[in-house]
Design a protein around this ligand. Structure first.
Ligand SMILES: Cc1ncc(COP(=O)(O)O)c(C=O)c1O
Length: 393
């Protein structure tokens, strides 16, 4: 495979981590659908499980197909090791539980993905850990951290209001206070930003989204600094959060085209956002690529692309939004995102339905806010479809 350290994004995406065995001459990593392996395996050529430095023994600990995906992902994200999970939520919960001390606080922001909000505001309380939520703008200008904070948790781009975290500033404050920073980079992917370059100790994703890229898996993945690798991987072992090898095989296939897909998602996101900005039935568009976004300057400074997620408020609120979505012919109305097909949803009914209306409004999620995940379709077709749907509102 050679040394890929200096290679470009797409070269790494295709070649990094591939598990080739000259005895078979296989070109891509095979699926090792094995629960267990010979133990002890005394072969001097035994392939080693990164989680413990010994030959593979049991798939809840590690597996060659899973590890191959983790190596590919880590090469793209810029960490020496990656850890995959059965879902984005298991990546989030394992990371927080590995790093947060009982009796301490997680400092985070309003407007997180709804389930993450539930985990931080309710579930971890039972484990003696609390969470404080501040506005993203406060986080972006924070100048110190109190002693009882053991983790800072942010999303690169907030779901669904698309505020952008100033990782450069936040990670500097974390470093000065020796507090780990965990970043959910699901909306951005390593193609648009690599939080490790700003000092993030853990960068994680719902790999269900752009990394898988085809709306056919539920998975998570995290790039973890050496300091925290054992703690996070042990959480995975204890909770049994490892994904199935077939899922990681599909995620690996997804990663190979991540660069190509993200280029198109970024272009389509921008084109749709510009179209919406000029549409008189739209009250407000949220997209960090627009000059009108309060987060444009931060996104410009930190990111190489603005992503495929766009959200907007239609005049007339929830009823108009529902009517508009019913008229669309190309995007499916569905809650996920990041696939090759465009999807559209009302966060109030899906991703943020578990929050109270008051909690949602505090996070800027109005009843009629529509979230659009731009797929890789031809942008003219998407815009034409939006035009005809708006004409019926
Ligand atoms: C930003 C973000 N983080 C995490 C998750 C959770 O991921 P999963 O559904 O794979 O558990 C989601 C799911 O929508 C998300 O949008």
């Amino acid at each position: 495979m050679g040394d890929l350290k200096q290679a470009g994004f797409n070269t790494k995406a295709v070649h990094a981590g591939e598990l080739k065995d000259p005895r078979f001459g296989n070109v891509i990593t095979p699926i090792f659908e094995n629960s267990t392996f010979l133990g002890p395996n005394e072969s001097p050529e035994a392939y080693v499980d990164n989680t413990n430095g010994k030959p593979f023994l049991y798939t809840r600990w590690g597996n060659p197909t899973i590890q191959s995906f983790e190596e590919k992902y880590a090469a793209l994200e810029g960490y020496s090791r990656g850890i995959s999970f059965s879902s984005g939520m298991s990546a989030i919960s394992a990371s927080i539980l590995a790093l947060a001390r009982p009796g301490s606080r997680v400092l985070t922001v309003n407007g997180l993905y709804g389930q993450t909000y539930m985990f931080l505001s309710k579930t971890i309380q039972k484990m003696g850990i609390s969470a404080s939520f501040i506005d993203l703008d406060q986080m972006n200008s924070i100048d110190g951290l109190e002693k009882d904070i053991s983790v800072v948790y942010v999303e690169t781009v907030l779901n669904p209001t698309l505020g952008v975290s100033d990782l450069d500033h936040i990670s500097r404050i974390c470093r000065e206070n020796d507090i780990p920073l965990v970043v959910d980079s699901t909306f951005s992917t390593p193609f648009n930003i690599r939080p490790v370059n700003f000092g993030a100790d853990i960068t994680l994703h719902s790999a269900t989204k752009y990394i898988g890229g085809h709306s056919d898996i539920i998975m998570g993945v995290a790039g973890v600094s050496d300091k925290f690798y054992d703690a996070v991987v042990n959480m995975r072992k204890n909770f049994g959060f490892i994904p199935d090898p077939i899922q990681t095989f599909l995620a690996s296939r997804g990663l190979k085209t991540l660069g190509l897909r993200m280029k198109r998602h970024n272009e389509n996101g921008m084109k749709i956002a510009r179209f919406l900005e000029g549409e008189k039935k739209v009250k407000q568009v949220h997209y960090p690529g627009l000059e009108s976004s309060p987060y444009h300057a931060i996104a410009n400074r930190l990111m190489s692309g603005y992503g495929g997620m766009v959200s907007f408020d239609i005049n007339g609120g929830l009823d108009s939004a529902r009517r508009f979505m019913r008229q669309l012919k190309i995007p499916d109305v569905a809650p996920s995102l990041g696939g090759v097909e465009s999807l559209i949803t009302l966060p109030v009914e899906t991703s943020h339905a578990s929050m109270s209306r008051e909690e949602r409004l505090k996070s800027g999620i109005t009843d009629g806010l529509v979230r659009f995940s731009a797929g890789i379709e031809d942008p003219e077709d998407l815009i034409e479809d939006f035009q005809q749907a708006f004409s019926s509102v």
